[in-house]
Design a protein around this ligand. Structure first.
Ligand code: DAT
Ligand code: MG
Length: 151
């Protein structure tokens, strides 16, 4: 089973879209295994966005993600990473396909509501960065076999 990390960024929290984002992923069928509401420290933000250090938008990205609380969620599923990326839409909301979270609720790349891991290895690494092992719950949903063919 693949894991992916989703962050509902400060704009999503302020705009009351936490439930909407979680609901879309939940209804799609991924399995929720971890969730928390937290203030992101500058240290954690720097680790999470290390790959973007030095880019022109980096400072703005760090101040945005640390500006106020976020909701962080771990999802599990056969292709969890790809499924979430598809639901979110591409990075720039005005380029995202209609019906995706970013296209439906955002207009600016620097206020694009959500983060989702971009590959299976990155998903595992991000989950380990944001969650302690004991914060993740291993469980079997009722009716799982009607969502995941192999589980
Ligand atoms: P994604 O969040 O779709 O994985 P990314 O990892 O390339 O995109 O970038 C991380 C975040 O940084 C992205 O959600 C918004 C911001 N960002 C990326 N490219 C940007 C740009 N050209 N201008 C402003 N912000 C940008
Ligand atoms: Mg990314």
């Amino acid at each position: 089973m693949e894991r992916t990390l989703v962050i509902i960024k400060p704009d999503g929290v302020h705009r009351g879209l936490v439930g909407e984002v979680i609901s879309r992923i939940e209804r799609r069928g991924l399995r929720l295994i971890g969730m928390k509401f937290m203030q992101v420290s500058p240290e954690l933000a720097a680790q999470h966005y290390a790959i973007h250090k030095g880019k022109p938008f980096y400072d703005g990205l760090i101040s945005y993600i640390t500006s106020s609380p976020v909701v962080v969620v771990v999802w599990e599923g056969p292709k969890a990473v790809e499924t979430v990326r598809q639901l979110m839409g591409v990075t720039n909301p005005t380029a995202a396909a209609p019906g995706t979270i970013r296209a439906d609720f955002a207009v600016e790349i620097g206020r694009n509501l959500t983060h989702g891991s971009d590959g299976p290895e990155n998903g595992a690494a991000e989950v380990a960065l944001w969650f302690k092992p004991q914060e993740l719950v291993s469980w079997q949903r009722d009716g799982e076999r009607w969502v995941f063919e192999k589980n």
